[in-house]
Design a protein around this ligand. Structure first.
Ligand SMILES: Cc1ncc(COP(=O)(O)O)c(C=O)c1O
Length: 351
């Protein structure tokens, strides 16, 4: 039995992650780990019953916290599930999709699996990885993509676009603009994208996986017009958000202070790493997020050398950036350990 041709053509996306025992700078989540109340809620979750098919209690709690109606919210098994649902709900073979790159690889993969033709408009290192907005607007008008993906702040560049730029892009797209705010909770002074939901072409994605360090639980949500949410729900498998994740989410909604503390630590960690690594001759880029894109000579060699010392970083070759590694914020002791190893490697002229 042969699957659809898109299945055979599809290659898995490379992601971060490290085996136990390594200090993992390759994943970008709250450096404090999960909040104690969230851990307690996970432990207390009832796991011998089916959850609500579409996580209704958590949806209601998120809606109340965000000042939206429950029919403007859909909870997913990570925000990844939600972007896959967007592809599934809207794309037919041959449809066009625009991706503002370099960025998270699942946007393109999900869309290509549905047979869509993906155009990536890449920001360039020479432009400080700022996307060319005029070119984006022109492409949106020329290509007429059904979906346009913009990650803000962007993974892996850390670039954060202001409201007026996103609003200009939203004006130009004929289809849906998917604004992925997976890392927005780590921005020092973020702007509020919710007012843009007045335009029914906007879909906002957010990730509790990142804000609350719940990578293993998997939890994210989409905010959009009720009709869009209904389309996404129509293609979402029932029970995809499990009982433990719903319990974690309900506790997380009450634990905003933990996100704020994680943001403060993340800001301190990236500032420290940036400063120290620059002193060693590495070239960190400015970042608005809880991770740092660092120019090195050879990402693969640097990643391998750091691994010898028990440190995992994200080799950005798979983003098309073979001279960059990405470092996620971690507690300051771990950051000091990374700087010490980087110093040894620099002295030995290994990297
Ligand atoms: C930009 C971006 N969006 C979404 C995700 C997926 O996050 P989640 O764990 O919520 O599925 C990631 C994970 O790395 C990401 O980098």
């Amino acid at each position: 039995m042969r699957p659809r041709p898109e299945v055979l053509a599809s290659a898995p996306v490379v992601h971060g992650g490290a085996p136990p025992g390594l200090v993992d700078f390759s994943v970008n989540s709250n450096p404090l780990g999960p909040a104690p109340a969230v851990l307690a809620a996970c432990r207390a979750a009832t796991i011998d019953r089916y959850p609500e098919p579409h996580a209704a209690p958590l949806r209601a709690a998120l809606a109340a916290t965000l000042g939206l109606a429950p029919d403007q919210v859909l909870v997913g098994n990570g925000s990844s599930e939600l972007l896959w649902l967007l592809a599934l709900a809207y794309l037919e073979r041959g449809d066009r999709v625009l991706v503002v790159g370099p960025t998270f690889g699942e946007y393109a993969r999900a869309c290509q699996l549905l047979g869509a033709v993906v155009t990536e408009l890449r920001a360039q290192a020479d432009d400080a990885f700022q996307p060319d907005i005029a070119a984006l607007v022109a492409s949106a008008r020329a290509l007429r993509p059904k979906l346009t993906f913009l990650c803000n702040p962007n993974n892996p560049t850390g670039v954060y676009l202001p409201a007026k730029v996103v609003a200009a892009l939203l004006d130009a797209v004929p289809g849906l603009l998917v604004l992925d705010e997976a890392y927005v909770d780590f921005v020092e002074a973020p702007w509020d994208a919710r007012p843009l939901l007045a335009d029914s072409r906007l879909v906002l994605l957010r990730s509790l996986t990142k804000s609350h360090a719940l990578a293993g639980v998997r939890l994210g949500y989409a905010l959009a017009a009720p009709a869009t949410i209904a389309h996404l729900q129509a293609v979402q498998p029932p029970w995809s958000v499990n009982t433990v994740a719903i319990a974690a989410g309900l506790a997380a909604v009450e634990a905003g202070h933990h996100v704020a503390a994680g943001r403060r630590l993340a800001r301190a960690a990236v500032a420290y790493l940036s400063d120290q690594l620059r002193g060693l001759g590495w070239a960190p880029r400015p970042t608005a997020a809880n991770f740092l894109l660092v120019e090195v000579r050879d990402a693969a060699a640097t990643t391998a050398a750091l691994r010898q010392y028990g440190i995992q970083v994200r080799d950005c070759t798979s983003f098309g950036l073979p001279a960059y590694v990405r470092l996620g914020a971690r507690p300051l002791g771990d950051c000091a350990a990374l700087v010490a190893v980087a110093g040894r490697l620099a002295t030995a002229e290994v990297v």
